[in-house]
Design a protein around this ligand. Structure first.
Ligand code: ASP
Length: 318
């Protein structure tokens, strides 16, 4: 990835924007996770933190679809007492040809303090941040294949809750469409920074990324082999909207070779945790019995999304 057009930290080291986990020190990731852990009880209900961001305005600016990320940012901001402005691209002047930059500046002129942005283009959120007023904060809610830092953090919180804070002995396996996945990139940055013992990656050659994204990882083609005694399996969705035709011969053959079912999960450590960022393609990446089974942390990830996003909003605006 090219250097960011705007720095995500101020001169005193504090976070101004959250655009990527790349380059953030372990101490910062850990203190965000600690803050999120404390928020967990308040993230599901309650009014105890509603004075934290009272008077601040958060805008969710999504140019791509979202269920979990947008919903949990909305709840997170509400539970901290912020005003929330939801931008719906399908009912907006984007349809009349307004650029993303003009849309952002228009909303900024209404008093938005923080934009939570999802966009189909790599680097688009950083570009918007570079075009905004210096006091406006940006959170990347997913840009193209580049980064999804809050998903990376909520995955780390889930791993920490299931496996404890010391990641140094863990073997973590990432399976599937790493090439097109911003979640995989953010998870890889976080797993490395937090010192995971071993990172394995399993995918067909057509879905492996170019460049240095997999530095330090063990790439294993056979899923049975890759699963051997891992402590956590992170499944990825096939990003068909970002894929040229023909990268996967068929969904059936993909499931046969790279799908996680109960037999295969039996090859991992007995208490291995199964994660998926959602939305899942059941029967393509993962079987029903694994997705809904006792080792699945998929709904715990979703719940943690609210707490993590509260912690980020608090760090940027509090
Ligand atoms: N929801 C995640 C994202 O927006 C994962 C996915 O869509 O596969 O990147």
């Amino acid at each position: 990835m090219n250097p960011l057009p705007v720095s995500q930290r101020s001169l005193d080291g504090r976070l101004r924007h959250l655009l990527t986990l790349e380059g953030l020190p372990a101490s910062m990731l850990e203190s965000l996770l600690d803050a999120a852990e404390v928020m967990v009880p308040q993230s599901m209900s309650g009014t105890g933190l509603r004075d934290r961001l009272a008077g601040r305005t958060v805008c969710t600016l999504f140019f791509e679809p979202s269920t979990r990320t947008r919903g949990s940012f909305h709840l997170a901001a509400t539970r901290l007492g912020a005003d929330v402005l939801g931008f719906d691209v399908h009912a907006s002047s984007t349809k009349k040809g307004e650029t993303a930059l003009d849309t952002m500046r228009t909303l900024e002129a209404m008093g938005v303090d923080c934009f939570v942005v999802r966009h189909a283009d790599d680097g688009a959120v950083a570009e918007l941040a570079a075009g905004a007023r210096p006091e406006t904060s940006f959170i990347n809610a997913g840009d193209g294949r580049n980064a999804h830092p809050t998903q990376g953090l909520l995955d780390m919180l889930t791993l920490r809750q299931r496996k404890g804070p010391d990641f140094s002995q863990l073997k973590v396996l990432i399976v599937g469409d790493v090439r097109h996945s911003r979640v995989a990139r953010s998870d890889l940055h976080a797993l490395r920074t937090l010192g995971v013992g071993e990172i394995r990656v399993c995918a067909p050659a057509s879905l492996l990324p170019d460049g240095d994204a997999l530095d330090g990882c063990r790439v294993i083609d056979s899923l049975d082999e890759a699963l051997y005694r891992v402590d956590a399996v992170m499944m990825l969705r096939l990003q068909r909207e970002r894929m040229e035709e023909g990268l996967v011969p068929s969904l059936e053959s993909y499931f046969a070779d790279y799908g996680l079912d109960a037999r295969r999960l039996g090859l991992a450590a007995p208490d291995a945790v199964v994660m998926h960022p959602g939305p899942m393609n059941r029967g393509v990446e993962i079987s029903d019995e694994v997705a809904d089974g006792p080792q699945s942390a998929i709904l715990q990830q979703v719940g943690n999304g609210v707490a993590v996003r509260m912690a980020i909003l608090q760090a940027l605006l509090g």
